[in-house]
Design a protein around this ligand. Structure first.
Ligand SMILES: C[S@@+](CC[C@H](N)C(=O)[O-])C[C@H]1O[C@@H](n2cnc3c(N)ncnc32)[C@H](O)[C@@H]1O
Length: 270
């Protein structure tokens, strides 16, 4: 599922959509994602009355958080490529009167129709799924108003490490997994994407996820989750998932991976 599958790249089946929603809701509760989001929100310090765009909004947790931050004088637009995801986000919106009303739309990050409109453009864990991240970054940059900020967040599957299982097996499994993700190194490229899109004053931070519990790690890293066995070559499956379980029982298991945040500003003159 998630990374390494078509579910976040277009029109999933209803079973895939259900699994994707479960996954996104689970990931949103994870301390690492909460920490990365808090880091990014701290870098942005979103003011009351701001106009915010959340691209690839998923279930819309951050759209609703921004609606509360900007209040009724502000605005939030939430877009996603997948109409079922937009519907799921809309269904979860309690429409609080003290918050901005969130406007939901179906759109592709690479061809957003917005120009010079938003004080904050947020795009979390989307660039890893797109065929052309540079086009996506350009489209996000154009949506920002002069002086507005664009904030990209993404994991770096290419820097995922696992210890406690046979090293050669681990290297093979992670290589196969990374090949299934469209942009496995998305995280490390975020700052450069913003600069290449013509934005200025880039700032980059990362939160290093480290987990020594298999159940915890598998809740956010699909290749560690036995239910996502299809992500592992058939010949390696039993050895991999049995090896992970044994490492966990022995107290040897460790997983680590950086998650990046990059923020930059649209200049007043391009
Ligand atoms: C991993 S989810 C992240 C969702 C949300 N940003 C979050 O952090 O919970 C990736 C989201 O990006 C959406 N997506 C993928 N490709 C997209 C594209 N080209 N344009 C807009 N959204 C896209 C998917 O439908 C999915 O909702």
């Amino acid at each position: 599922m998630p990374a390494g599958d078509k579910v976040f790249q277009g029109s999933p089946t209803s079973a895939q959509q259900e699994a994707a929603e479960t996954y996104l809701a689970q990931v949103a509760q994870h301390p690492v994602i909460r920490a990365v989001r808090a880091t990014a929100v701290g870098m942005l310090s979103v003011a009351s009355g701001s106009r915010v765009l959340d691209v690839g909004c998923g279930l819309g947790e951050m759209s609703r958080a921004f609606a509360s931050m900007v209040g009724p004088a502000g605005s939030v637009t939430a877009v996603d490529l997948n109409p079922a995801m937009v519907a799921a986000a809309r269904d979860r919106d309690p429409a609080m009167p003290a918050d901005a009303a969130v406007k939901y739309e179906v759109a592709d990050v690479a061809s957003l129709g917005y120009r010079d409109e938003f004080d904050v453009v947020w795009c979390e864990r989307v660039l890893q799924h797109v065929p052309d991240p540079a086009a996506a970054a350009g489209s996000l940059a154009r949506a920002a108003a002069p002086g507005g900020r664009v904030c990209l967040l993404d994991v770096d599957w290419g820097a995922l490490v696992v210890d406690g299982v046979d090293e050669a097996l681990t290297a093979r499994v992670l290589e196969v997994f990374q090949l299934k993700v469209r942009q496995p190194a998305a995280g490390r490229t975020l700052r450069r994407r913003l600069v290449e899109a013509g934005l200025v004053d880039p700032v980059v931070r990362s939160v290093h996820a480290v987990s020594t519990g298999l159940a915890d790690a598998a809740s956010v890293i699909p290749v560690l989750d036995r239910r996502q066995a299809a992500l592992v070559a058939e010949d390696d499956r039993d050895a991999w998932f049995d090896g992970l379980a044994l490492a966990d029982i022995r107290g040897h298991f460790l997983m680590a991976m950086p998650v990046y945040v990059a923020v930059a500003t649209r200049p007043f003159q391009d």
